[in-house]
Every structure is written in structure tokens, then in C-alpha cells.
Ligand binder design. Structure first.
Ligand code: CP
Length: 331
């Protein structure tokens, strides 16, 4: 693996290697062990053209806990406002030394374009490109699901995939790079993937995806998912308005207090009858998820955040430990 651009092309063995390495990194990411020297002398550039809290800060934490140096670039406040192109920005940062570039960009395909270019020899990690993919989010979600699945079945997560797990993804699929990355990765790991969304928030072509589609959230919950992943309604990609309205959306598609009571009883017969609740954040409380659901014991939303550091440590470690400082790659 030279870059991490998507999960659609991520091999099963590479996905499991990332999850197993992330499990090993958990002690460092949770600061039981202060730091590993693995990436001493390497530089990670965070190149963010869109806003971020979790992804940018967890990549920074991950790099620092592996002893790498970090350069943070945010398009806001940079020379992008003077018209500087992506190519010139990358070449400028590369001239200061970059072993890995973590890029978030509003254009779908921006990370792939950078990886295919001769602008830099650095390993490229996609931190979210337009509505295309967000692979490290799907990997941290998979780590969270794997741990929850193993805990409910009293087995060890290491080396295991998600075969037999039923995962329901709900909401604004059309604008969601998180949903796309999750669909591909969950299928690679053997999960049974269900989507529930209004027809207007499903992308064209979803009928060819390897998923079961529901046009009613209550029907989808009656299919007894082991985990329910609520998606943020991306109002900023809808011209600033909710569709149809925030209240109507919450009533039909939100994980309300009433639906939380259903979710709490979904997995009768396991050690914990409640289905896991995930949300990639940031949340619109009261729209796609109620506060009671977000703060409930079965909500794994802060575990997802913590797992984000471990997964990003694993990705940086696996990409950079196979790479020479000149950019050449040990196969
Ligand atoms: N989940 C996610 O990508 O969050 P941020 O936008 O805060 O990075």
C-alpha cells in the first residue's frame, strides 16, 4: 500500500492489517504509553481545504504519538485566498519536506489527483474528498463495530472481520463520503449492509450497490440491525436548508427517543440486547439523532473519536514504515 485513497479499492488483508495494527496502537493512542519512536525524523503534512475537528486533530495526535513532525495547513488564512493552486500549494509544502500528505478537499478525486501527480513523492492519505470517500472514518467505524461485535459474542476482535453483522446506515447518503466508504469497507469485511433514506437523499445508481435499501426507517429497524449508523444532514451542501424541514426530517428519519426504545431491544439473545449507535460527527442533535440517543450507553460516538487516533496511527505507521525517505517503497 503506497497511499490510502479509498476503501473501494482497499484489499481485505490490508483492511484487517490496519484494524489489527490499530488495536495494538490503542495503548499509545489512549496515552497509557506516552509515545512510540516509529516515525522519528518523518514529517506529516495536514492539508485541509475544508473545516474539520476530529479528522485534522486526530491525524495530528496520531503523528505526534509516533514521534513524527507535523505541519498543519488550513486553506482559510492561507495564500489560497490569493489564488494559489493546489499544485503550487503542495509543491510549496513539499519543498519544506513531507513524507505523508493528509488531504481534505471539497473536490471529489482531489486525493487521487495528488497521488497520481509528480507534485510530491509523499504518501497521500484521503481525509475526505467531496462526496466521494473518507476511508479513515470507515476504518475507525469498523474498529468500533468490530469491538462491539466481539464484546457481544465474547470473542477476541484481533484478526476477525464483520461477517454476520448487520449494519444500518441512515440519512443523507447522497452527500456522504462517510456512507460510501462504509458501504465498500463493510462489504469487504463481510457485513450485511442496509441503507435507510428518503429517495431524495439517495444517490443515483444506489440500486447497483451491494446493499439493501429501505424507504422507511421503522421498516429498516424491524430488520433487526446489530448497529445503526446515523449520518449528519449536510445542510451546507443543500444551500443551507434542511430538506424537507428539520422537524419533519427528525420525525421520519431521526433516531428519536421513541426509536431509541426500539434500538435498545434489537439484539435479544446477545450479552447486550441494544444495537450499537454510531455517528461520525459533528451531530445535529434533535435532527438526525436525539440527545437521549447520542448520550445513551449504547452510543459509541466518543469511542469512534478515540479509535480515530489509533486507526490513523496505524495508517501512518503502515504507509511510512515501508517507505524510504526518497519516496521509494519496500514491496
Ligand atoms: N467525522 C469527521 O470527518 O469529522 P470532522 O469533519 O470534524 O473531521
Amino acid at each position: 500500500m503506497k497511499h490510502l485513497l479509498d476503501t473501494q479499492g482497499l484489499a481485505y488483508d490490508d483492511a484487517l492489517a490496519i484494524l489489527d495494527t490499530a488495536d495494538e496502537m490503542t495503548a499509545v493512542s489512549s496515552r497509557e504509553v506516552k509515545k512510540l519512536p516509529t516515525l522519528r525524523g518523518r514529517t506529516v503534512v495536514n492539508l485541509f481545504y475544508e473545516d474539520s475537528t476530529r479528522t485534522r486533530i486526530s491525524f495530528e495526535a496520531a503523528a505526534k504519538r509516533l514521534s513524527a513532525d507535523v505541519m498543519n495547513f488550513s486553506a482559510k488564512g492561507s495564500s489560497v485566498s490569493k489564488g494559489e493552486s493546489l499544485k503550487d500549494t503542495v509543491q510549496t509544502l513539499d519543498a519544506m519536506g513531507a513524507d505523508a500528505i493528509v488531504i481534505r478537499h471539497s473536490a471529489s478525486g482531489a486525493a487521487a489527483q495528488l497521488a497520481a501527480s509528480d507534485w510530491s513523492e509523499a504518501a497521500v492519505i484521503n481525509a475526505g474528498d467531496g462526496t466521494h470517500e473518507h476511508p479513515t472514518q470507515a476504518l475507525l467505524d469498523a474498529l468500533t463495530l468490530r469491538r462491539g461485535w466481539s464484546a457481544a459474542h465474547a470473542s477476541s476482535p484481533r484478526g476477525s472481520d464483520l461477517s454476520g453483522m448487520r449494519v444500518l446506515i441512515v440519512g443523507d447518503i447522497v452527500h456522504s463520503r462517510v456512507a460510501r466508504s462504509n458501504v465498500w469497507l463493510l462489504r469487504t469485511l463481510g457485513a450485511d449492509v442496509h441503507l435507510a433514506a428518503p429517495a431524495t437523499l439517495l444517490p443515483y445508481g444506489t440500486d447497483s450497490w451491494p446493499v439493501t435499501i429501505h424507504y422507511s426507517l421503522d421498516d429498516a429497524l424491524s430488520a433487526a440491525p446489530d448497529a445503526v449508523m446515523m449520518l449528519r444532514v449536510q445542510a451546507e451542501r443543500m444551500g443551507g436548508t434542511f430538506f424537507p424541514t428539520a422537524a419533519e426530517y427528525a420525525r421520519r428519519w431521526g433516531l428519536t427517543d421513541e426509536r431509541l426504545a426500539v434500538v435498545e431491544r434489537l439484539r435479544q439473545g446477545t450479552t447486550d440486547a441494544a444495537a450499537l449507535i454510531l455517528h461520525p460527527g459533528p451531530m445535529n442533535r434533535g435532527v438526525e439523532i436525539s440527545s437521549a440517543a447520542a448520550d445513551s450507553p449504547q452510543a459509541k460516538i466518543l469511542d469512534q473519536v478515540a479509535h480515530g487516533v489509533a486507526v490513523r496511527m496505524a495508517v501512518l505507521h503502515l504507509l511510512l514504515s515501508q517507505r524510504q525517505p526518497d519516496g521509494s517503497h519496500d514491496e
